[in-house]
Design a protein around this ligand. Structure first.
Ligand code: SF4
Length: 286
């Protein structure tokens, strides 16, 4: 059995940066809370929990008597503006690990809201990144995830600014953004899908056509990992696993070439352990 690993697998720039910020606070022996899990990977968040990092859902969960001794990390997905306002009002120390690509979208929607534009975000309305972006345009954005929701668009009386969730599917964006443009008379469109996502999606499209099985490694709640699995499944038999323990030998039967890719929040040690398991348990082809 041959194994081919897709280019651009595993931690992206923004995730690496967020994890590095967290690591440096831990090594400084600071008491650290993260606003939501630092990344969408249970094995990584379990590891940090064992190292004393506490996950809070809201800044209001922080008690007044804790504020002096605690640092709060905002993860790579970012957070709505009101979180920063509340932290500043209460004197809470924030370490902002928002990915710069996400920060740029927040700045864009904030600027265009000030200019009087409507905002459309193409993405998943319940994803923390989208919730965060919406929080920089007064929670007034119209959020569209699929073609059916295009019906929600009417020709507003004001101009419209359109942005995308950084991990949105490129293929779907190409069609959806053209459709949005055709329905509005005054619109400015920013393709804000991040380069890392584009490279990753293109790499799996290239690889999936050449293998018998794709193994996609990453959190079951990780948006970009789910997208990778969907893309692969359109071309070839695909399994989405979180760790090597989810992979059973029977899945590998009949596959001469196995392709592997991993989401942006999958650490290298998990990818390597999956490769090792496939090497040990895959069929030997003579
Ligand atoms: S996928 Fe892109 S936008 Fe998201 S954290 Fe990684 S580099 Fe940043």
């Amino acid at each position: 059995m041959k194994i081919q690993v897709a280019e651009h697998s595993g931690y992206c720039y923004g995730v690496k940066r967020a994890v590095n910020i967290l690591e440096s606070l831990i090594s400084d022996h600071q008491k650290v809370y993260t606003l939501g899990p630092i990344i969408h990977n249970k094995q990584v968040t379990d590891y940090y929990e064992q190292n004393g990092v506490l996950v809070i859902d809201n800044i209001s969960d922080l008690r007044d008597n804790e504020i002096e001794s605690v640092s709060v990390v905002i993860r790579s997905h970012g957070a709505p503006k009101h979180i920063y306002d509340e932290a500043a009002a209460r004197g809470i120390k924030i370490h902002d690990a928002t990915c710069p690509y996400v920060k740029k979208i927040q700045n864009t929607v904030s600027t265009y809201t000030t200019k009087g534009y409507n905002i459309i975000i193409v993405g998943n309305a319940v994803h923390p990144e989208v919730i965060g972006i919406n929080g920089w345009c007064e929670n007034q954005a119209l959020i569209i995830e699929n073609f059916e929701q295009l019906e929600l668009i009417k020709d507003f009386n004001r101009p419209t600014c359109v942005v995308a969730q950084t991990t949105y599917s490129i293929k779907q964006w190409e069609i959806l953004s053209k459709e949005i443009e055709s329905r509005l008379s005054d619109v400015i469109i920013f393709n804000t899908i991040c380069h890392a996502t584009e490279q990753r999606q293109q790499a799996v499209l290239d690889l999936a056509g050449k293998v018998d099985l794709m193994v996609v490694v990453g959190g079951k709640h990780s948006s970009n990992t789910i997208k990778l699995a969907e893309l692969c499944a359109k071309q070839v038999k695909t399994i989405h696993i979180e760790t090597k323990d989810d992979l059973i030998s029977v899945d590998l039967i009949g596959s001469k070439i196995v392709g592997i890719t991993a989401g942006a929040s999958t650490p290298d040690w998990i990818i390597q352990s999956v490769i090792l398991k496939i090497e040990n348990e895959g069929e030997v082809i003579f």
